[in-house]
Design a protein around this ligand. Structure first.
Ligand SMILES: [Fe+2]
Length: 498
């Protein structure tokens, strides 16, 4: 009897258990806690399909709540009792994955949300072959799995960690952003300046200022054309009419609209500098036509490369910019550059750095910071020509050499107390808008290597500089030629900046 009772009891129990089991099987989420055994893959980006394997899931995709570090996946594309396929949601961060079914939650392993990032690039400019370190996050440890491009040109990756890539500037690279692509994710850095190793042979720049638009200005432009200059650097005071269109048309008439004609702001250009059809906009349009990129406010505080040379424009005593600000800008821009030839361009003067009636306006900081960086100083404003010897100090007017070859040197920051910076400055203000006299004996100051003004037969003209002179990359030959064909100053410049 007892056996029968036991059998009956067991039978009833099994029957009930069976029905309970069936009940639970029909609706497992309501009663059984889910489990997670694996997550595949364990890392990925937003939108990656992640397969979660386990038990106790619901067949109904809407009854499984999947969180990636607390962020809900809004797209569950497949669900069975043992598998869920969910997309990594937008905005997800690295952390645990959890599944909630019927109010019960299981937390699974960590999922790493992979998001490549570039935080810095060093250096930010260099020649072909220069080693460049890209710092950031989520790079591939396998060097070849990081696709690095310099403005679209693929570069070789020699080493990689999760946070850094070692690469070098590829042959044929041009200035532009650096991109890193890892597993179809691409991140872009700021601009990398590609420095050409040498400027073209006998690369000729015409340095002028203070032109106007009358026949003298035309004669100057025609001289530039007949001397086959490749570039014009105009140190401000353009047409004196406040009509940028007229100035632009005058350049284009003689040299063409795609001629590399670079100018900075002068006191006569401030009024129509900004805005639509302003001088700056014409300059920007020209740069864009030529494919030249720049940083800063073009023609005011700006810098750019052209054919392997580095140019910095500044504007002391224009638009309320003081000498200190302008000089510091020059210093900062020149610090990041390694070119052999660097030119600092601004309009105004210090009284002792011109020979006419101009007072102290530019301040010394622009001269001193340019000198310490070994940059050539191109100015205008006074309507005559004056060119210094090699100087080791401008504020104190210290001449370091009267040789006909000027040596450009940078100050070496390692030698504290010793200032090795050497350079020269000139006023090339005979661009067409009149010829002035020398005043107060300023033209007799010993630092002038050459002066040209109304009292010594001055005529409108141009200072030409030929860089990479006859294939000597660190040599330049300069000559001032007037519109009558007379050469009144010839000298050489040796760059010791490498
Ligand atoms: Fe001026």
């Amino acid at each position: 009897m007892l056996l029968n009772r036991i059998i009956n009891y067991l039978y009833s129990f099994c029957t009930i258990s069976f029905f309970v089991f069936v009940l639970l099987s029909c609706n497992p989420g309501d009663n059984f806690a889910p489990t997670i055994s694996t997550i595949d893959p364990l890392s990925g980006k937003e939108g990656t399909i992640v397969t979660i394997t386990g038990t106790g899931f619901s067949n109904d995709t809407t009854e499984n709540v999947v969180l990636f570090n607390g962020k809900e996946s809004v797209e569950i594309i497949l669900a069975t009792a043992t598998q869920i396929s969910a997309l990594v949601p937008v905005g997800a961060t690295s952390g645990s994955v959890s599944v909630t079914v019927g109010g019960k939650t299981i937390t699974g392993p960590e999922f790493k949300v992979f998001e490549i990032e570039i935080t810095s690039i060093s250096p930010t400019g260099g020649k072909v072959g220069t080693e460049v370190i890209i710092t950031g996050n989520d790079f591939s440890l396998v060097p070849d799995e990081n696709l690095v491009k310099f403005n679209g040109i693929v570069a070789e990756v020699s080493a990689a960690t999760n946070t850094s890539i070692t690469t070098s500037v590829p042959e044929g690279a041009t200035t532009g952003p650096v991109t890193v692509t890892v597993e179809n994710q691409t991140m872009e850095s700021g601009e990398f300046h590609v420095i050409l190793s040498t400027v073209p042979e006998n690369f000729k720049i015409a340095f002028i200022g203070d032109t106007g638009t009358d026949s003298n200005a035309d004669a100057v432009l025609n001289l530039i054309k007949s001397e086959s200059a490749a570039v014009v650097v105009h140190a401000g005071d353009l047409d004196y009419l406040d009509i940028p269109l007229v100035f632009e048309a005058n350049i284009n008439k003689v040299l063409g609209k795609n001629f590399p004609y670079f100018y900075c702001v002068g006191n006569h250009d401030e009024k129509e500098w900004d805005g639509a059809d302003g001088y700056q906009q014409y300059q920007e349009a020209r740069f864009n036509r030529l494919g030249i990129t720049w940083s800063g406010q073009l023609g005011v505080l700006s810098s750019f490369y052209y054919n392997g040379m580095f140019f910095v424009t500044s504007a002391p005593d224009e638009f309320g910019i003081g000498s200190e600000q302008a000089g510091n800008y020059i210093r900062d821009e020149l610090t990041t550059d390694n070119s052999i030839w660097r030119v600092a361009i601004w309009h105004k003067n210090q009284e002792l750095m011109q020979i006419g009636g101009k007072e102290d306006q530019a301040g010394w900081n622009v001269y001193e910071e340019s000198r310490k960086a070994g940059a050539i100083m191109a100015t205008g404003h006074e309507h005559s020509y004056s060119r210094t010897h090699e100087m080791s100090h401008f504020e104190n007017q210290v001449i370091s050499s009267t040789s006909n070859t000027i040596n450009l040197q940078k100050d070496n920051p390692a030698t504290a107390g010793l200032d090795e910076g050497r350079s020269f400055a000139f006023v090339s203000g005979l661009g067409g808008k009149g010829i002035r006299d020398a005043e107060g004996g300023l033209d007799n100051n010993p630092w002038w290597a050459s002066v040209y003004h109304i009292n010594n037969g001055g005529q409108h003209g141009v200072l030409f500089g030929e860089f990479n002179y006859n294939g000597d990359a660190t040599l330049a030959r300069f000559y001032f030629k007037d519109i009558d064909g007379t050469v009144i100053d010839t000298f050489f410049v040796r760059s010791e900046l490498e």
